[in-house]
Design a binder for this molecule. Sequence first.
Ligand SMILES: *Cc1c(COP(=O)(O)O)cnc(C)c1O
Length: 395
Amino acid sequence: MADTKNNGLFTDLIRGGVERSHFDETAEALYLTSGYVYETAEEAEAAFDGNLDRYVYTRYGNPTVAALQTRMALLEGAETCLATGTGMAAIFATMACQLSAGDRVVASRALFGACYAILTKILPKWGVEVDFVDGRNLDEWQAALATSCKIVFLETPSNPTLQLVDLQAVSDLAHKAGARVVIDNVFASPIHQKPFDFGADIVCYSATKHIDGQGRVMGGLVLGDASFIDDELLPFYRQTGAGISPFNAWVLLKALETLPLRIEAQAARAAAIADYLSSHDGVLAVSYPGHESHPQYEIAKKQMTGFGAMLAFEVKGGKASAFTVLNALKLIDISNNLGDTKSLACHPASTTHMNLSQDERDLLEITDGHIRLSVGLEESDDLIADLAQALDMLS
Ligand SMILES: *Cc1c(COP(=O)(O)O)cnc(C)c1O
């Protein structure tokens, strides 16, 4: 039996899901296999008619993937977990397995680009109605949720400007409207926000980001109760091939062992950088949930257990200044990726959010001067020195 006992955080992340093979290896085994064999034809028959619970094909399940799922469920405090090939596979499968033509989704507008595309381009084509609200505005949520709906989808803190949604308040409204609350919890990471404590029903991750945290593999995770995961998501997942490679699952399993150490250290650097940037003359505004200047700082303190490693700031002088700063960075890389031990910066308006219209960007308050910064694990002093010399180019 895998170790599925809830211990302390670090113990769960190091021991959870461990099920040694007959070789008694120390580290988690990597079962890089697509299929499985049977002693007898009768055994194969029993596996297929449901009388024998065993692995039959890796698209359905795999022991290394199962270890990742067990460890992650322990971390999140979820009944169960399913791992997918990418974050988008996690989010798409979560939506698609629940929705039928005629259903309605209400979502906050500030979302990761591909999530926004699922909601605006794919689901409407299949007869699903999608309404957006400003996630910060409870009156808008209340108005939208006066009509019944199937799923409430949101991201908090949001990409790229770290706007927050009051999770408990929105979950209460969603439940009254008959909806399940699905949250994309990537920006906070499972270490700094526990959405189930604030009413969320389903939590999704791109494990590609902080969970791997070292820029190596793609992966996604869906966490929730057994009735949703086993009865609704699993049949869809098995037939549509959302599964993760056992190799990627193994990398993520090992990455979980150090996740809290990395997140705490990266968040400490992010806080120091937010302090530094907020006092800089060339910077108009800094958005970091843990900084007092964040307009929703009180909500951040209420629902986050730390403030994550992502921040955004706006430089004076628009796109030209933002590009000057990005091009002058020597240590921090320009990249649209995030959640890495290497600090990464990007200009959302011309990259991750370029497909939006100017009106949509205005609604999201993404300006031409915005830079998104994913804070890594390098020394704070080195990161601040790099930003300082880059911002000097503006004067
Ligand atoms: C990256 C990301 C995704 C998508 O994850 P992939 O692993 O790239 O498919 C979804 N939501 C957020 C907030 C992300 O940052």
